[in-house]
Design a protein around this ligand. Structure first.
Ligand SMILES: [Zn+2]
Length: 170
């Protein structure tokens, strides 16, 4: 490699990465209906879909046409739904963020998706907390000595007394 390329200085910015030098955002990858992966980049108002990382400080390649971006946003949404059903809420949130960058016109829909994901995260946290020590032990597939069992029961009761909210519907 004779040529020295300027490197991006990536910093985490919400669900995406952003370069501190050139402001390019790495929004992540989305798989289309045919199973091909597309990398999504954003710089200001320009969305770029490219398999290669755009160079730091260099002019961006041609922005993707609106129709292509809208289709990929729909694909990202489908991927988010699949991740959501599989319980991978972080991935679902990331894909919704990619869809938001690709197709800002559907901002309202993406906000609904985000709200749904946040709700599911809250519910799953409550559900995890609401499990009794016995359930947790069973899930871990381990046997605890009797003393430990009582200690855990006590902890659980103490948590209940401390007013930790248990959602009985879930
Ligand atoms: Zn850069």
């Amino acid at each position: 490699m004779a040529e020295t390329k300027a490197r991006h200085h990536w910093q985490k910015s919400g669900q995406t990465k952003q370069c501190a030098t050139c402001d390019l955002q790495d929004v992540g990858s989305v798989r289309d209906g045919a199973g091909n992966w597309h990398s999504i980049w954003r710089s200001g108002a320009t969305q770029v879909i490219s398999a290669r990382t755009p160079e730091c400080g260099k002019p961006l390649p041609e922005p993707a046409p609106a129709a292509e971006r809208a289709q990929l946003a729909t694909d990202a949404d489908k991927g988010a739904h699949a991740a959501f059903l599989a319980g991978d809420y972080e991935r679902a949130a990331h894909l919704v963020e990619a869809a938001r960058v690709l197709d800002p016109a559907r901002a309202e829909l993406w906000s609904q998706r985000d709200a749904g994901i946040r709700q599911a995260i809250e519910k799953s946290t409550v559900r995890e907390r609401a499990k009794s020590p016995d359930e947790r032990i069973k899930e871990a597939g381990r046997q605890y000595p009797e003393e430990m069992h009582h200690w855990q029961q006590w902890n659980y009761q103490a948590q209940l007394r401390a007013g930790i909210e248990i959602d009985l519907e879930v």
